[in-house]
Every structure is written in structure tokens, then in C-alpha cells.
Design a protein around this ligand. Structure first.
Ligand code: CDP
Length: 234
């Protein structure tokens, strides 16, 4: 058995909207043979459920009640190397990226009961380590003892351009201005909310990837991860 599989660590990746967190988390998981979870997909799936069922998310009691009926799961897709998101057994990987969900996910993510509900599941997913998880509060709240924490960022324009391109490639027509506005708004809500706001963990390695390619970013973090894996063996 290789050392990488016998001695597993937790890698927490946090950062602003559309800065490539999930690409990095996914790449690391592939290289290290780890589980990959993009926690944003869980917040998006809860948001989709509330929208589909006409639940007013400002009604906190109604939201709390709904959580009992929500089951978010992931299934590994060997073709895309993706962990596809399922809501109550139905694949929602594409629908959770819809404009409507993107517009409402940040307010829904400020709700304490939603966060408690999902953080509990995230803890369970990381129980055996060997996981890369990305989000907003992974290094601060979900896995404060993660062996490696990365805080990713890039300029707002670069991030909006990347998301715009990604949506276009997936056939979702959206103007650049709309995408820029969504990214800016989500950053603002995510960083200023009272419960688990997006912030850098004290021991996080900060990477501004505005001028880094995906491969350069992956190589950089992979080298760090391998060092931490070695260290955890001692
Ligand atoms: O689209 P992007 O990759 O930037 O975001 P995402 O990771 O899919 O997350 C969507 C939204 O979920 C974020 O804007 C946050 O409002 C919320 N979120 C959160 O509050 N906590 C997390 N751990 C992950 C996501």
C-alpha cells in the first residue's frame, strides 16, 4: 500500500466565489486518491429544494421543518471524475448551477439551522480523513484541525471571467455583467454574515491564483500536501 493511501490527511480549501476551489480540490483528490466534496453543492441542493417546493426561506421554522425531508448525497462519476450531487435520490448536478439557485444560495447559507444540518454531514464525510473539501468555512468551522488549509483568492474580474466562460461552455447563457454581479454579491453576503462567515483560518496558506494556471496551482498545493502527509507520519 502506498504511503499516500495509508496515511491520509484532511485538506480544507476555502475562498471567494468562483476562484477555482473545486477544480483544485478535485485535482488533489484525483492525484492522492482521496474523496472530494464541494460543500457548496450541498448548500445549493438545499436551496434548490426550498425553491422547488415554494418554501419561503425567510420563514426559519418552515426551513427547519424542510430539512427533515432533504437528503443530499454524492455519487462518483468515473467519466467526469466528478462527485455528482443527488437530492433525494435525483441527480441535480446541473440544476444546482442554475441562475435561480446561484441568486438565492448565499441568503439560504446564512441560516443557522441549514449550516448545522450540513456541517454535521460534512464531519461524517471526513471521519476517515483522506478527503479534500472546499467551501467557505471548511478550515475555520468544519475541520479546524485539518492538516492542510488553503485560502484561495483571485481578483473579482478574473473570477467573473472564469465563471462566465464555464457557464458558456455548459450552454448556460448569461451576460458577463450578470455573472460579475452574482460573484460580487455572494462574496459580500458570505463574508459579512454572522454565522461562519468566509474568513481566512490563521494557519491557512494563502494563494492568489489570478496569474496561475490550473496545473501550476495543482502542482504547488500537491507539493504542500505531500509534505504534510509525510509530517503526519512522524
Ligand atoms: O460557485 P462557487 O464555487 O463560488 O460557490 P459554491 O462553492 O458552489 O458555493 C455556493 C454558495 O454556498 C456560496 O456563495 C456560499 O454562500 C455557500 N457556501 C457556504 O456558505 N459555505 C460553504 N462551506 C460552501 C458554500
Amino acid at each position: 500500500m502506498s504511503t499516500e493511501t495509508s496515511n491520509k490527511i484532511i485538506i480544507a480549501i476555502d475562498g471567494h466565489a468562483s476562484c477555482g476551489k473545486s477544480t483544485l480540490a478535485k485535482g488533489l483528490a484525483r492525484e492522492l486518491n482521496y474523496i472530494y466534496i464541494t460543500s457548496g453543492a450541498m448548500y445549493r441542493a438545499v436551496t434548490l429544494y426550498l425553491l422547488d417546493n415554494g418554501i419561503d426561506y425567510t420563514d426559519l421554522q418552515a426551513v427547519k421543518k424542510s430539512l427533515k425531508k432533504i437528503h443530499v448525497t454524492f455519487k462518483y462519476n468515473p467519466t467526469s471524475f466528478n462527485a455528482d450531487t443527488y437530492l433525494n435520490g435525483i441527480k441535480v448536478e446541473s440544476r444546482i448551477r442554475d441562475k435561480e439557485v446561484s441568486d438565492h444560495v448565499s441568503p439560504v447559507s446564512t441560516i443557522k439551522s441549514v449550516r448545522t444540518f450540513l456541517v454535521k454531514q460534512q464531519h461524517a464525510l471526513g471521519k476517515n480523513k483522506g478527503i479534500t473539501m472546499d467551501g467557505r468555512d471548511i478550515g475555520t468551522v468544519v475541520f479546524p484541525n485539518a492538516e492542510l488549509k488553503i485560502f484561495l483568492t483571485a481578483s473579482t474580474t478574473v473570477r467573473a471571467e472564469r465563471r462566465f466562460k464555464e457557464l458558456k461552455e455548459n450552454g448556460m447563457e448569461r451576460s458577463f455583467e450578470e455573472v460579475l454581479q452574482n460573484v460580487t454579491e455572494r462574496d459580500h453576503i458570505d463574508s459579512t454574515r454572522s454565522v461562519s462567515p468566509l474568513k481566512q483560518a490563521k494557519d491557512a496558506v494563502v494563494i492568489d491564483n489570478s496569474n496561475l494556471s490550473r496545473d501550476e496551482q495543482l502542482a504547488m498545493v500537491l507539493a504542500l500536501a505531500r509534505k504534510r502527509i509525510k509530517r503526519s507520519e512522524k
